[in-house]
Design a binder for this molecule. Structure first.
Ligand code: GRF
Length: 193
C-alpha cells in the first residue's frame, strides 16, 4: 500500500481531490489518501472528505514554520510516500523541502513554463492565456521546489482552446483535463517507487 497526503487551501474546490480518490477506487489501486490538510476551519472540501471518510486535518498556515513542523510529524506518522498539492497556494521553505522524505507534486492549470509564477493561480492564469490569444492551453504536473511553478515537469496534457470566448471557458476546459492527468500521473509515480 502506498500512502499519500493531499494539501489544500481554504479556497480549494476539491475537484482534483475528488478525481484522485475516484480514480484510486475505480481502479482498485493500492493507494490510500491518509489525510487532507485544510487551513480554514470551514473549508468546502470537508464535505467531500466526509463522504470518502478521509480525515480533514485543520492546520493553520498563519505561522508557516509551525505549519511545516506539524506537517513533518504527520508525514512521518502516516508513512507518506507522496505529497499531493491540490489548490495549495503557499511556498515551502528550503529547510522543509530538505527535511521531507518524499516528493511533492502540484498541478498547474496551464502549460508551464508559460503562465506560471507568483500570482498566477486560478482565473488569473486563464485570463493571461486568453489575452495572449493562445490556441491551446493545458495542465502541468510538476515537482515542487522552492520557487513557484519551477520544479521539474513530470507530465503535461494540452487542450484546444481556439474557440473559447472567455477565460472562464478556458478554465472549464482545462479543469476537465486536470482531472484526467493528475490521478493517472500520481498512480504512475507511486508505481515506480
Ligand atoms: C486547480 O485548478 C489546480 O490547477 C490548481 O488549483 C486548482 C485546484 O482546484 N493548482 P480544485 O480544488 O482541485 O478544484
Amino acid at each position: 500500500m502506498k500512502n499519500i497526503a493531499v494539501l489544500t487551501s481554504g479556497l480549494s474546490r476539491g475537484s482534483n481531490f475528488n478525481a484522485i480518490v475516484d480514480y484510486i477506487n475505480n481502479n482498485n489501486l493500492q493507494i490510500e489518501v491518509k489525510f487532507v490538510t485544510i487551513n480554514r476551519k470551514k473549508a468546502l472540501i470537508q464535505n467531500k472528505c466526509k463522504f470518502y471518510k478521509i480525515p480533514a486535518i485543520f492546520i493553520s498556515t498563519k505561522d508557516f514554520h509551525s505549519f511545516e513542523e506539524k506537517l513533518l510529524l504527520l508525514f512521518k506518522k502516516h508513512k507518506i510516500h507522496l505529497i499531493v498539492l491540490a489548490g495549495f497556494m503557499r511556498q515551502f521553505s528550503a529547510d522543509f523541502l530538505k527535511k521531507i522524505q518524499c516528493n511533492i507534486v502540484n498541478i498547474h492549470p496551464a502549460l508551464l513554463p508559460k503562465f506560471g509564477g507568483k500570482g498566477m493561480y486560478g482565473m488569473a492564469v486563464h485570463q493571461a492565456v486568453y489575452e495572449a490569444q493562445e490556441q491551446k492551453s493545458g495542465a502541468t504536473v510538476h515537482y515542487v521546489n522552492e520557487n513557484y511553478d519551477e520544479g521539474k515537469i513530470i507530465r503535461q496534457l494540452s487542450v484546444d482552446i481556439s474557440n473559447c470566448k472567455s477565460a472562464s471557458e478556458i478554465g472549464d476546459r482545462v479543469l476537465k483535463i486536470e482531472h484526467k492527468l493528475y490521478p493517472k500521473t500520481i498512480a504512475e509515480l507511486l508505481e515506480r517507487k
